[in-house]
Design a protein around this ligand. Structure first.
Ligand code: CAA
Length: 279
């Protein structure tokens, strides 16, 4: 298994991914240019670890896990990594740029994975040398609690890289499913249109946000309603995914204008304190 892993981007997905890897006693570097984001990630991880430890869901103590994570702002420090997982915001140009930087920094044997929710891995792989080492490794939010990982094969991905990522997922006590490199893969191809439809229902005043969510929780047994889930994921991420679906799959996936409006207003969900709900 890997002994040194780097995770790029200390947002909620990147910090969750670094946490679950460190929980398995693997050294992780969590990299972000923004020092404030690193500080925030550190305190979020500590919080999460304390909850998990209290419930006996992890064996290492929170301090032991935290010691496995190095919080760094310089990408040059990832040179020794055997696996790099990119988890920067869901933007194709940004991810392409970061992929190029990773490729210029690490050795030719390093596996390069992306936690992208929807962007083509085949496209991202074009930015690196030895593109057969690129694949998608898509964790679900909140990463410490959700057991699924989607593994996406780019057209270039080699069988051995795919196999290693499957084994790594199992090692992390998660379950892997394999998806073709098509917009939204499996989860977001199905989940995002549902969330988008819930926003249309709100926009058309069919019901209040509370009642839309209650209907889906009690009527369909979803653990949380679609609007609360959108707030958890981040409305900007939901919009970016819908745009990728629309571009790749057509008009049927058009993002709801209310979703666009909230994102333009900076109402991004839990992370900004306001989305469909106020936090
Ligand atoms: N670490 C540790 N513990 C956590 C945690 C974290 N990150 N987040 C929540 N918890 C704990 C809470 O503290 C709480 O503990 P107590 O019971 O001791 O208070 C417990 O988990 C349950 O949380 P809540 O009471 O707040 O709420 P809940 O029972 O509804 O569970 C949930 C929360 C697990 C998030 C659940 O609502 C759920 O499964 N929701 C759906 C999540 C989902 O669909 N995720 C996938 C999104 S799609 C995606 O991620 C892909 C993408 O690309 C966008």
């Amino acid at each position: 298994m890997f002994s040194h892993v780097a995770v790029l981007g200390a947002g909620q997905m990147g910090s969750g991914i670094a946490q679950v890897i460190a929980q398995k006693d693997i050294s992780v570097q969590l990299v972000d240019l923004n020092e404030a984001a690193l500080k925030k990630a550190q305190s979020k991880i500590k919080n999460s670890l304390e909850k998990l430890y209290k419930k006996k869901l992890i064996t290492l103590t929170p301090d032991e896990v935290l010691q496995k994570i190095q919080f760094v702002s310089d990408i040059n420090s990832i040179k020794q990594s055997e696996l790099v997982i990119e988890a920067v915001p869901e933007n194709q140009n940004l991810k392409s740029k970061v992929f190029k930087q990773i490729s210029d920094t690490v050795s030719a044997n390093t596996i390069i994975a992306s936690n992208t929710s929807s962007i083509s891995l085949t496209y991202l792989a074009e930015n690196v040398s030895h593109p057969q080492r690129v694949a998608g490794l898509h964790f679900m939010n909140p990463v410490p609690l959700m057991t699924l990982v989607e593994i996406i094969r780019a057209e270039q991905t080699s069988d051995s890289v795919f196999e290693k990522l499957c084994q790594f997922t199992v090692f992390l006590d998660k379950t892997a499913v394999s998806s073709k490199d098509k917009p939204g893969f499996i989860v977001n191809r199905i989940l995002m249109p549902m969330i988008n439809e819930a926003v249309f229902a709100l926009q058309e005043s069919i019901a209040s946000a509370e009642d839309i969510d209650k209907a889906m929780q009690l009527g369909c047994h979803h653990p949380m309603g679609p609007l609360a889930l959108a707030d958890l994921i981040g409305l900007d991420t939901c919009l970016s995914i819908m745009e990728v679906l629309e571009e790749g799959l057509g008009e049927k996936y058009k993002p709801c204008p209310l979703l666009k409006k909230y994102v333009a207003e900076g109402r991004l969900g839990k992370k900004t304190g306001k989305g469909f709900y106020t936090y």
